[in-house]
Design a protein around this ligand. Structure first.
Ligand code: FES
Length: 125
């Protein structure tokens, strides 16, 4: 893997106290993933990690708090300089529970459909 210098117009976002770089045009989810962060929340039941799954706004697996606003889909939120990402904002739990229920249902449905279409392989969701 080659080291790539950050572009001068690189954004800087903060996730759990760490700076996450992003380039214009990236989504929050893409920037987190590019930074090696594969999950940013856990399911209420079982504590299973969640991050990007569909990447196109359908499954709700990627829910994240952005600047104190809970339940944003990381795959749809454009990266921007100075965004605060993550679960350290007050009042997130209630919204996260609602989002998890929607996300788990949608993710399970998407996984089941993918498994049916791809000969039985169901990605872990
Ligand atoms: S990864 Fe964002 S909605 Fe599926």
């Amino acid at each position: 893997m080659t080291h790539r210098e950050p572009r001068p117009d690189t954004y800087r976002m903060v996730f759990r106290g760490a700076v996450v770089p992003a380039e214009p045009g990236q989504s929050v989810g893409a920037a987190l993933t590019a930074a090696g962060i594969r999950d940013w929340r856990v399911t209420r039941k079982g504590g299973r990690p969640r991050g990007l799954f569909c990447g196109i706004g359908i499954c709700f697996d990627c829910l994240i708090t952005v600047d104190g606003v809970p339940d944003r889909r990381a795959c749809l939120v454009p990266a921007a300089d100075g965004l605060r990402l993550g679960d350290d904002e007050p009042g997130e739990q209630a919204g996260e529970q609602a989002g998890e229920q929607a996300g788990e249902q949608a993710g399970e449905q998407a996984g089941e459909q993918a498994g049916e279409q791809e000969g039985g392989h169901v990605p872990s969701v």
